[in-house]
Design a protein around this ligand. Sequence first.
Ligand code: TEU
Length: 487
Amino acid sequence: MIYQVYVRSFADGNGDGVGDLIGARDRLGYLADLGVDAIWLTPFYTSPMADFGYDVADYRDVDPLFGTLGDAKALIDEAHGLGIRVIVDIVPNHTSSAHPWFQEALRGVNRDRYIFRDQPNDWESIFGGSAWTQVEDGQWYLHLFDSSQPDLNWDHPEVRAEFESVLRFWLDLGVDGFRVDVAHGMVKPEGLPDIGHADQVRMIGSDVVPYFDNDAVHEIHRSWRKILDSYPGERIGVAEAWAPTPERLARYVRPDELHQAFNFHYLGTRWEAGPLRHVITESLETAASVGAPSTWVLSNHDVKRHVTRFGSVERARAAALLMLALPGSAYVYNGEELGLPEVLDLPEEFCLDPQRLRDPDSGRDGCRVPMPWTSAEGYGWSSPWLPMPAGWGPLSVEAQSGEAGSMLSLYREALRLRRTVSGELRWSDSPEGTLVFSRDDGFVCTVNLTGSEIAFPAPGEPVLSSGPVEPGTLAPDSATWWRAKVA
Ligand code: TEU
C-alpha cells in the first residue's frame, strides 16, 4: 500500500500551522505501524504556493515552509530504516511563473522553453478561463492550469535535459521513485488546433481535448524509465494520467514506461455493484495485458473525500475492505484511514484553491484539511493553515488508536492480513447488489452494496468485517473477509 502524504496537511514539525518534512518524519512510526509499504510525498519544492506547491520555482530545493534538503534526506533515510520506500512528486508539465526560466522568458530570453504565440487558440484552462495569458509585449503563453503555471515546451531539448537532471538529483538523494504529475499532458498536438466546443473543461478525461493523452508523451516516459532502471534497487514511476479508458491508461505502464498509473476509473465509480465489478474486471484485464499491477485509489488531494462521495462511514469502511482485498497496489490518502469526511463549510477566506475559478464548488480545499492527531481541541496543531472542524476529536489518531472497531483499526488489521493474501481474483455468482470474489488461497471477500440485509450463506470463517456479521446474511453497506473452510 502506498500512502499519500499531503505534506502541508499531514503533520507539523515546527508549530507554524503548516505540515512539513520534519513533521512527516516524526510520524514515520505511525505509518510503519499502519502497515504502509511506501509513501508518496506531494511537492515540497521551492514554490510561491499558488497551486499549493504544484507550481515549482526550484526543482532541486525544499521550500522553507516545508524544511530543508537536509530534512528531505533525513526523512528518506529514516523511512528506509523502517522499510518504507519514498516516492516524490515531479511536476514536468509546467513550472511556476517564478521559475528563473519563465522570468527570463518574460524578458524575451529563451521563450521557446515555454509555449508562446502571437495569438491564443480557444483552449480553456482546467482551472477555468482562457488557457492563455498575454505578456507585456503582446505575446501570449499557454497554461493548462493557473496563469502562474506556464506550460513547458517538451520539444525543447533543454527542457528534456533539465528534467532528466532533476530526476537524477532526487534519485541520487535516495528516493525510490516519482509520481509524475499530469503525465498525460506534457506534449501538445502539432499546431495547437482549436477545439471549437463551448464547454471544454467538462471534456477533460474524455478523448475530446487535444492537449491530453498525445502519443508523444510516451517517448518521454520511456526515456525516464531508462533513467529509473539505471539506478540500483527498484525505482518506480507512477503516472498521474487522466486517460479516457483503462486501455488508454495501460499505455502508460507498458514494460518500458512507467510502473504504475493511478486508476481514476475506479475512483470515479459510484457505490454500486454492477459498475464496480465492471471497472475492477476491466482494470485487472488491461493492466495484466501490459504486465503491470492494477492500482486502486479512492481519494486524493484533488477530489472530494470518499466518505462524503459515497455518503456514509459504513460505505467507506466497506470500500476499504473491498479495495484492500483486490490484487495490485492500493493508494491511501492521508486521513482516509481515519474516515475523514470532506469539510464542506470552510470559511470563504480560507478557500484559496485556484480551481475555484472554474466553479467555486470545484474547490479542493475541503479534502486538504489537516490530520487530527490528538483528541483535544487543536488536534495536535497550533493554528492549522485550514481550520479544523469542531467534533473531530473522535476521529483523531489518538482516539482511534486503541479502539478495536475504529476505522484506523480496520485499516491496520486489513493491511496486516492483506500481506497473507495472494493470487488472482475470481468472481463468484452472488445476489444482485453484492460482490463476492475469492483469491487463490481460500480468501473470500463479500460486499453488500445495498442498504438492506441480503441472505447469503457464510463462505467460511469471518476474519475481518466492516460491519456486523450475522450468520447467513450480509449486513447493509458492509464488506467481510472470510477464510474458506478447507475441504
Ligand atoms: O492534477 C491534474 C489534474 O488534472 C487535476 O486538475 C484534476 O483533474 C482536478 O484537480 C480534479 O478536480 C495535478 C495535481 O494533482 C493537482 O493538485 C494540480 O493542481 C495539477 O496537477 C496541476 O499541477
